[in-house]
Design a protein around this ligand. Structure first.
Ligand SMILES: O=C(O)CCC(=O)C(=O)O
Length: 371
């Protein structure tokens, strides 16, 4: 490690704005340069007509999903509902994709055996404290504490910076690309993780214990996404990571803080308890009109914390990125998990590098749902 590195692994050069490091991120973030005025709000523009159509679609999907207690009931409701309107046809297709039967590739006993090996098969396993379980249940998120060492952080930042630069304009294309935000998807399963440096993002037992707590013992990896708002950018519409409101959790996400998250540098905003509202922000209204997704939500809080920490959340929690007002990168890694029978955000077999696959343990293969 650099002799001038601080306790959290940030080298002196990076602390001073990381000019050379930031330059490597510009192409992936579709920027020519960092704006001169970082404090000018840069908010996503949302077309009111599209917003109204989105509100109707998501409200419809939420109504169907929450009216049924099982997938069989939902399928029946969907088949018999009055949704012939052309505008709702895409929703019907989307719901059918999620209701069309088990999507998992391996038999469920594989992930259950992996949970036994990890010591998380019992719902009351010791990997999470009662306070951590309570936070997940009631607030919808928990900071699992600083898990990564300074040495790991340094190496991970370098590896991810190389990937961002190497992928350039296509970086993040598998999931989404947004001006001002550098992304790389599949970080844990692409060749950049051949040596296992990035394994903790998806396979750390404490994170998997949090996933198991929310989803039960039949879950699987959905995606891993590096996410870095550049100075002056990063504010997102408030959203949840599942497209409509649900009765029971279907997905869990984690944010690994690769830099300290501060009030200034674009911390994630969350609305504690919103995972229990059975609503997606897109489907919600305010005073009879579709909610303004860019505005603050009453009760929202900003997640700050030290680099190396992992914040796991019930991914139906309302949340979003916020603008990075600092002159530094705000690097984070997301690890997304779903119930085993649901579709995944990325095509794992297609993205999985053969050399990564070769070295994976039985437990890791079960989490990825591959063999
Ligand atoms: O990294 C963050 O602050 C949140 C990102 C997020 O919610 C997303 O990209 O969907």
């Amino acid at each position: 490690m650099d002799s001038q590195a601080s306790a959290n692994g940030t080298s002196a050069a990076e602390k001073q704005g990381g000019g050379a490091e930031i330059a490597r991120y510009l192409t992936a973030a579709h920027l020519a340069e960092i704006p001169g005025d970082l404090s000018t709000p840069r908010l996503p523009a949302i077309d009111p007509a599209l917003r109204a159509a989105g509100q109707a679609r998501v409200a419809f999907a939420t109504r169907i999903w929450c009216a049924g207690a099982t997938d069989a009931e939902r399928r029946e409701l969907l088949a018999n509902c009055d949704a012939e309107a052309a505008a709702l046809e895409p929703v019907r297709k989307m719901l059918n994709r999620h209701l069309s039967g088990a999507a998992n590739r391996l038999p469920p006993d594989r992930i259950e055996a992996a949970c036994r090996e990890l010591g998380i098969d019992d719902a009351n396993n010791p990997l999470l404290s009662p306070a951590e379980r309570k936070a997940l249940d009631e607030d919808g998120y928990v900071n699992l504490g600083p898990i990564l060492t300074a040495t790991q952080l340094d190496a991970m930042r370098q590896r991810l910076g190389n990937a961002v630069e190497g992928e350039g304009t296509v970086a993040g294309h598998e999931v989404s690309q947004t001006r001002g935000i550098a992304r790389v998807s599949g970080t844990v399963i692409k060749a950049l993780n051949t040596d296992g440096l990035l394994d903790p993002f998806s396979f750390h037992p404490k994170l998997l214990a949090a996933v198991r707590h929310v989803l039960g013992p039949r879950f699987r990896y959905s995606s891993t996404n590096f996410h870095c708002p550049l100075p002056g950018y990063g504010h997102q519409a408030i959203h949840a990571d599942w497209g409509w409101g649900v009765r029971d959790a279907e997905v869990v996400n984690a944010i690994w803080l690769l830099d300290d998250f501060t009030e200034e540098n674009g911390p994630t905003r969350v609305v504690p308890g919103s995972h229990r509202w059975r609503q997606h922000p897109m489907g919600s209204t305010e005073g009879g009109a579709p909610r303004d997704l860019v505005a603050p939500v009453p009760g929202e809080v900003h997640l700050t914390g030290v680099a190396g920490s992992c914040i796991a959340y019930n991914a139906h929690l309302w949340h979003s990125g916020t603008q990075n007002f600092s002159p530094h990168l705000r690097r984070a890694q997301h690890a997304f998990f779903t119930r085993a029978e649901r579709p995944t955000q990325t095509e794992v077999p297609a993205l999985l590098d053969p050399a990564v696959f070769e070295r994976l343990s039985r437990v890791q293969r079960a989490v990825l749902d591959v063999e």
